[in-house]
Design a protein around this ligand. Structure first.
Ligand code: KG4
Ligand code: ZN
Length: 331
């Protein structure tokens, strides 16, 4: 079955054509990062207006690049939450209109579940599909969740952030260091050429839980930069990246050791970070799976992959499908 995926939850307008939940036929992402960069972060009103202008051309390009017609498409999967309400609305209404016009099945997808399904997308290594149950670390701009995926559609949350999400911390610290937006890639680049040396930043262990907290390390960076002798931005970036990755990796490995999972899956925008990928692979007691970096950050291929599994189970959304900016994932 060929599924058209549509994603507009934040600042990328994306559409993708994916076969059987794993084979990408086309994948188009129109990023608004440049538009928002001058404000140092995403401006919701600007984001929804940009989505309005780009979503139909992006869908048409995805179909053209895939060389498929509407007759070949079996269903439309669209992100319905969580995310920016005004942005989500553009994608959901486009999906509804297209599904109605072409008489196609419609399925609303949770953005975070979509991130997990980036791990089902084929990669050049030809590795076999995920083995379930699997432990999944979802690290994005808005969420940091440690989840057990017991089966398709069955999730149990073990821990989450109590304050800032990991990606949010990267973005805020990047702004503090004057490294720009989006912060994750900027910090990774700055840290690549630097050593944290003697700069030490605190780690919030929250012992006895699998929860996270990243606001303390952010405040420590703020105080350090306002102090009498602030270290170079690259050095602080390296120390910050080390502190965040240390906690993410330690807690994920601890959970993997306690549970009988066959592997760890990494997902969400922060999963594009090479240092996180390398450290987790190095310290994990079980094999680690991560999507190719371009499928870690927001894209519609992961939404189509996730939607395929829902549609295959006979699930459908009605014409009353609505957006939910706080849509929950895993209880
Ligand atoms: O999943 P995503 O694309 O959007 C959300 O669902 O939030 O994640 C975006 C987040 C941003 O905070 C961004 O700074 C972070 O992922 N990110 C990274 C990297 N690439 C993106 N963080 C660290 N290292 C990266 N290479
Ligand atoms: Zn995302």
């Amino acid at each position: 079955m060929i599924v058209l995926g549509i994603e507009t939850s934040c600042d990328e307008s994306a559409a993708a054509v994916v076969e059987d939940g794993h084979r990408i036929i086309s994948n188009v992402v129109a990023s608004q990062a440049e538009v928002h960069a001058r404000y140092g972060g995403v401006v919701p009103e600007v984001a929804s207006r940009e989505h309005l202008q780009t979503i139909i051309p992006v869908v048409e390009t995805a179909l053209q690049q895939a060389n498929v017609s509407w007759q070949d498409v079996g269903g439309i999967a669209v992100t319905c939450g969580p995310g920016l309400a005004g942005s989500l609305l553009v994608g959901v209404n486009a999906a509804k209109g297209l599904a109605y016009a072409h008489d196609l099945a419609l399925i609303g997808v949770n953005h975070l579940e979509g991130h997990v399904y980036a791990n089902w997308i084929d990669d050049p290594s030809g590795r076999p599909p995920s083995v379930l149950p699997s432990l999944c670390l979802v690290v994005s701009g808005g969420h940091t969740d440690l989840i057990v995926m017991e089966d398709h559609g069955r999730y149990v949350r073990l821990g989450r952030t109590r304050d800032d999400a990991a990606g949010e911390a990267f973005d805020k610290v990047s702004r503090l260091l004057g490294l720009g937006y989006p912060g994750g890639p900027a910090i990774e680049r700055a840290a690549a050429g630097a050593s944290s040396g003697t700069v030490q930043l605190p780690r919030a262990w929250l012992r006895g839980t699998l929860d996270f907290s990243f606001s303390g390390v952010k405040t420590a960076v703020l105080q350090m930069m306002r102090g009498p002798a602030p270290p170079p931005a690259e050095v602080v970036a390296a120390a910050f990246q080390e502190a965040v990755v240390d906690v993410l990796v330690a807690k994920t490995c601890q959970a993997a050791g306690e549970l009988a999972v066959a592997e760890i899956m990494l997902s969400g925008g922060v999963a594009a970070n090479s240092f996180l990928r390398e450290e987790l692979a190095r310290r994990s007691p079980v094999p680690v799976r991560a999507p190719l970096p371009r499928f870690c950050t927001d894209n519609a291929a992961m939404i189509a992959a996730c939607g395929y599994f829902h549609l295959s189970r006979g699930e459908r959304s009605g014409w009353d499908l609505d957006v939910d900016s706080n849509l929950k994932f895993a209880a």
